[in-house]
Design a protein around this ligand. Structure first.
Ligand code: SPV
Ligand code: MG
Length: 436
């Protein structure tokens, strides 16, 4: 084979193209005919952050750069499929993946290249401060209200299932924002955050009875927003009086929240997981529809989702009641339905999803699998669920850990014995970015 017929492969995810990128592209192009594997939007969102420019735009930009022969989609963070299909003579990458998160991806590339005799060429990674600032400014864009608000709907259009974790403070927001794992060549992170009434109340030492006023709830949302970029779904309990709800929903929309969920209960709200053990009253279908329609009419953008939560199964009112209400709520203006259950057995949730999907294939379905927690995300997706909310796990894990540490210090009259239960100071320091 002559030099000029060599083929070269690079993978790209960036939506900001800077000099560092073009210079590595030029170097790669000098080695042979260059194909770029462009990570799809879904992979970029799960690996780095939601792409400011979407796949088709990113492809157009890369195609117009001198030295790029063609751009193909790369559908996983792993290069393996594309490398086995294209068998390029070499893969080019910056040397920033020798350590850290992408190390296993690099090792797999080396293994696959060995299978057919390709080689890996690495160039020193550019540490240019200006490029870092550019990336940070993209990140900041994502936290702006208009951009953030639209993201939940964009995610729902992009992937069949969106995963959401509870956040009730800046620090839990950062955990929701930054936690990422690599498994079998794929990366996973949560798509959005749930501002739970249970966890917001618990973190303030109050019961979950709609006791925190809306200004307090807004303050929690704002605290989370201040340090994160991911979309937020707020649990607004019953939504309160319709006359108040229409104001509050607009405030949340203006703040950049992506969705509100209100439940069809009335009077003193109690947590759903109490079920019928405590007195809980379901709102009439008519009243709740009126509230939903009024809320919908108050909205200013097409991106904010008003999701109705059906409590019929929680309150033992039966499947027919749950379905009748769900369809009525969609007709009244709900842009999504949350169906809740406190049973360990997911059968009633599955039955609801199946029967709902016979008539309605488009309205997003939301579940909160606190009790029916054995069901995997894949199975929920197969059954027509679009949003899974892990509603309270950070609260339920965090506070017992603190309690145990407090007890350990009291029992030992010093802190040494508790040290192994604590996150190293270094990790806390890196969790919170220095430039914030
Ligand atoms: C919450 O997280 O506050 C919820 C979900 O409303 S549940 O606690 O299951 O009712
Ligand atoms: Mg709640």
């Amino acid at each position: 084979m002559t030099e000029t017929t060599k083929t070269v492969y690079m993978c790209f995810s960036s939506d900001v193209i800077h000099g560092g990128h073009t210079s590595i592209i030029q170097k790669a192009a000098e080695l042979g005919e260059l194909t770029i594997g462009m990570l799809t939007d879904e992979v970029v969102a799960s690996y780095r952050r939601f792409p400011v420019l979407q796949y088709a735009e990113r492809v157009k930009i890369l195609e117009s750069i001198k030295g790029v022969h063609k751009v193909v989609p790369q559908k996983t963070l792993s290069y393996a499929d594309n490398l086995r299909m294209l068998e390029p003579d070499c893969v080019v990458h910056g040397d920033d993946w020798v350590t850290g998160f992408q190390k296993p991806i690099r090792e797999e590339v080396i293994e696959v290249l060995k299978e057919y005799g390709g080689n890996l060429v690495e160039y020193p990674y550019s540490q240019n401060e200006e490029y870092k600032k550019l990336e940070l400014s993209q990140q900041e864009q994502l936290s702006m209200p208009d951009v953030r608000r639209a993201r939940l709907k964009q995610l729902l259009d992009m992937k069949s299932l969106v995963t959401v974790i509870e956040a009730h403070s800046g620090i839990t927001g950062l955990i929701a924002e930054k936690t990422i794992v690599l498994q079998d060549g794929k990366t996973y992170q949560f798509d959005a955050m749930w501002c739970s009434s249970l966890c917001d109340s618990t973190s303030k030492g109050k019961p979950d009875i709609e006791l925190l006023d809306m200004s307090t709830r807004f303050r929690t949302v704002d605290e989370i927003m201040d340090v994160t970029t991911k979309p937020i779904i707020i649990d607004a309990d019953t939504g309160g009086l319709t006359e108040h709800f229409v104001y509050n929903i607009r405030t949340l929309e203006r703040m950049g929240v992506s969705a509100i969920i209100i439940e069809d209960k009335t009077g003193l709200k109690k947590n759903s997981l109490f079920g019928t053990e405590v007195e809980q009253t379901q709102d009439s279908l008519e009243n709740f529809c009126t509230k939903l329609s009024a809320g919908k009419a108050a909205l200013k953008t097409k991106y904010f989702l008003l999701i109705a939560r059906v409590e019929s199964l929680i309150l033992d009112k039966g499947m027919d009641d749950a379905l009748t209400r769900a369809f009525a709520y969609v007709n009244a203006g709900a842009s999504g339905i949350m169906i809740h259950s406190r049973k360990k057995d997911p059968a009633e949730i599955f039955e609801f999803c199946e029967k709902f999907r016979v008539k309605d294939q488009v309205t997003p379905l939301v579940v909160v699998p606190t009790s029916f927690n054995t069901v995997t995300e894949d199975e929920f997706a197969r059954r027509g669920v679009n949003i899974i909310i892990y509603a309270n796990q950070l609260t339920r894990s965090g506070f017992p850990a603190m309690q145990k540490v407090a007890e350990t210090i009291l029992l030992n009259h010093r802190a040494k014995e508790a040290d192994d239960m604590c996150m190293p100071i270094q990790q806390i320091l890196t969790l919170i970015p220095a430039d914030y």
